[in-house]
Design a protein around this ligand. Structure first.
Ligand SMILES: CC(C)(COP(=O)(O)OP(=O)(O)OC[C@H]1O[C@@H](n2cnc3c(N)ncnc32)[C@H](O)[C@@H]1OP(=O)(O)O)[C@@H](O)C(=O)NCCC(=O)NCCS
Length: 155
């Protein structure tokens, strides 16, 4: 397994990330969308330590006390090695340290790999957004997880 590290996403990273986007998604994000994420302060890349090559990325938006994971991807040839999990762990730890305990996201109903990843972290299905995606048209599942709720269950 490649030795990797996670660091903040920077503007010069965008072209390489957009190349991955094209491989991973049928409606890839634009440069402006990644610029927005960089400005929001919660955009990170996973890079190979030796070469600096970008192998994955994760970003999201903090709105008051809720964090919405807006995008996550791992290069096709590097999937199923724990990198998606490592990035999710990293961003959740970062938010918890900033006293944000509520996490949300949308995911294609057919995206079994991503759903399994989120459920491994304790995300639960909260509902559906009808025809949320295009290319192809598909419903989104809304997933959420609250560390506050977990704490209440323990108390
Ligand atoms: C979803 C994605 C980010 C997962 O990244 P990854 O690095 O391959 O995932 P990991 O190796 O960290 O796997 C962690 C867990 O996710 C689940 N998982 C990952 N890939 C899976 C697959 N192909 N099938 C089923 N479960 C899968 C498993 O529960 C796995 O845990 P395990 O290894 O103990 O079984 C990756 O598949 C991807 O980039 N997909 C395309 C982009 C995408 O769909 N992004 C999500 C948009 S909401």
């Amino acid at each position: 397994m490649i030795d990797c590290e996670i660091r903040e996403m920077q503007i010069p990273d965008i072209p390489a990330i957009m190349e991955l986007e094209k491989q991973l998604f049928s409606s890839p994000w634009s440069r402006d969308m990644f610029l927005q994420e960089i400005n929001s302060g919660f955009a990170f890349v996973l890079t190979a330590k030796e070469t600096g090559k970008i192998l994955g990325y994760i970003c999201g938006l903090l709105l008051f006390d809720e964090f919405n994971i807006t995008n996550v991807g791992v290069a096709p040839e590097q999937q199923k090695q724990g990198f998606g999990e490592a990035m999710l762990k990293f961003i959740i730890a970062r938010l918890l340290s900033q006293k944000c305990f509520k996490f949300f996201l949308e995911v294609r109903e057919s995206n079994a790999a991503a759903i399994a990843l989120y459920q491994k972290f304790g995300f639960e299905i909260l509902g559906k957004r009808k025809k949320y995606y295009n290319h192809p048209v598909e419903d989104a599942l809304m997933l959420g997880m609250s560390f506050l709720q977990k704490q209440e269950e323990i108390d």
